[in-house]
Design a protein. Structure first.
Length: 214
């Protein structure tokens, strides 16, 4: 049996609440399992490093704190002065890691597959920000936290990387596997206030840049 056939998502045992199937549900929840995740570290002042990464990814490294860059179906997140996270569609991280290793062979850097460390959650709907605000102190209003930004923070005491997938009505949260079960149960409890959740419309929730690139 292949590894792909045996693998289970961190939220495999949790049925995220689904009591309203219409697209106007106030809150919409879904797990997006098995997204490819690559942790990249290197010196931003090393021109060889930055040029090699840009040539491989098809976009410049994000050097401004808490910002993102997109290149086709890949998204690059700034995590720190010398650290980034690259998110790819499921099962596409291995090929990219090989490309990065080849391109960065002469650089002082680190390229690590962290796909199994996390899962991705989608929270959407007109009350999405209100739901997350129950456990997060960030200002999630689109004027303060818009598409192209990201933040490492806590939601209900769980460590997450959060970013808007659409202005004010859709968010993605990268959650460590060890927090996933707890966080899934917290979402199921917190969503009751907002009338439940429905099937998440991923196509509608993509930001304009993603739709244009697809």
């Amino acid at each position: 049996m292949s590894d792909a056939a045996r693998r289970e998502s961190p939220l495999n045992q949790i049925n995220l609440t689904a009591v309203a199937a219409d697209k106007d549900a106030s809150v919409l929840l879904a797990e997006l399992p098995f997204q490819g995740l690559i942790n990249l570290r290197g010196r931003p002042d090393d021109e060889t490093f930055t040029k090699a990464v840009a040539a491989t990814l098809g976009c410049e490294l994000s050097l401004e704190p808490n910002t993102t860059r997109m290149a086709g179906d890949r998204t690059l997140f700034w995590l720190g002065p010398d650290e980034w996270m690259i998110v790819t569609p499921p099962d596409r991280q291995d090929a990219l890691i090989d490309e990065l290793h080849a391109a960065l062979s002469d650089c002082f850097c680190s390229v690590v597959d962290v796909t199994s460390y996390y899962t991705t959650l989608a929270v959407g709907g007109r009350r999405a920000a209100d739901l997350l605000a129950k456990g997060c102190t960030l200002d999630l209003h689109p004027q303060a936290f818009g598409v192209g930004q990201c933040a490492q923070t806590h939601v209900a005491k769980a460590t997450v990387l959060i970013w808007p997938a659409d202005a004010g009505s859709s968010f993605r949260l990268l959650v460590r596997r060890s927090y996933a079960d707890y966080f899934g149960h917290w979402l199921n409890e917190a969503v009751r206030e907002f009338g439940g959740a429905g099937e998440f419309d991923l196509a509608r929730s993509e930001p304009p840049a993603e739709r244009a690139a697809s």
